[in-house]
Ligand binder design. Structure first.
Ligand code: OAD
Length: 247
């Protein structure tokens, strides 16, 4: 029998034309990518200030790169799950669908999503610390640690937003614009505590959007959600079929 809350969420989605999904680490959990704050979460094993700040990189770029090298190796062995695949398909279901992700693992593009705002960067991109140029780098393992820019020889850094750094203004600006304009925001697998990403569902709700949360556990967003679906994203999103395809 269908869970009535899943039915309610599907009903809300079946009427929507402008939809935004906001994802966090939880959507990749079923692919085997560790979350940050869960039981075996990265921030329970490592100190963010040692590895994910500009100060840490200035102090010890090799250590920081070794940690990213380990994460890149881990993610390279993971494949998109049913949750990523469902969100990629939603680009063809809704007349306007934007995916906003806090994840840096690149599993959304691997699943086929194209209209993506990657708020916190991408672990498969590197940035020259002198020129600012961003390039793809899928080497596993890396050819040197720390890697250097092939054009100017300066250090390369992961193209990731670290603690204490600002998000790309164009990317977060678009995320707020899409959030204000959507009819439904589906918030998947995020602890909803890291700002500005955590503000987006509130911004959408204030502009009149319904908010559907998909997460096995309650979050600070739960009291504000129109519907909270409790369970794993891969399983729930694939059952959350909008009743009919709108065009
Ligand atoms: P967190 O690790 O804080 O939260 C993961 C959320 O996913 C939790 O609320 C879990 O309950 C939920 N979850 C776990 N398994 C799930 C599943 N199978 N399906 C759905 N949900 C599941 O990760 P984020 O909220 O993404 O920043 O963290 C936000 C940011 O903090 C990250 O982008 C990262 C981190 O520091 C940067 O890297 C810049």
């Amino acid at each position: 029998m269908e869970d009535p809350l899943v039915g309610k969420a599907a009903e809300i989605l079946s009427r929507a034309r402008r939809v935004v999904a906001l994802t966090g680490a939880g959507i990749s959990a079923e692919s085997g990518v560790p979350t940050f704050r869960g039981k075996d979460g990265l921030w329970r094993q490592f100190r963010a200030e040692d590895l994910a700040t500009p100060e840490a990189f200035a102090r010890d770029p090799k250590l920081v790169w070794e940690w990213y090298e380990w994460r890149r190796g881990l993610i390279a062995r993971c494949a998109p799950n049913a949750g990523h695949v469902t969100l990629a398909a939603w680009e063809r279901v809704f007349p306007r669908f934007t995916l906003i992700t806090q994840n840096v693992d690149g599993l959304h593009p691997s699943a086929g999503s194209t209209n993506i705002l990657e708020l916190h960067g991408n672990i498969w991109k590197v940035r020259c610390t002198r020129e600012g140029t961003v390039t793809d780098n899928r080497d596993v393992p890396l050819r040197e640690i720390p890697p250097h820019c092939p054009s100017c020889g300066a250090l390369l850094r992961p193209h990731i937003v670290w603690f204490g750094e600002s998000l790309d203004q164009a990317v977060i600006g678009r995320a707020f614009k899409e959030s204000a304009a959507c009819e439904v925001m589906v918030v998947v697998g995020t602890s909803a505590i890291v700002h500005p990403a955590a503000s987006l569902p509130h911004y959408a709700a204030e502009a009149g959007a319904a908010v559907i949360e998909v997460n096995p556990d309650p979050t600070p967003l739960s009291p504000y959600a129109t519907v909270s679906l409790r369970g794993p994203a891969g399983q729930l999103l694939s059952t959350l079929k909008p009743r009919e395809t709108v065009s």
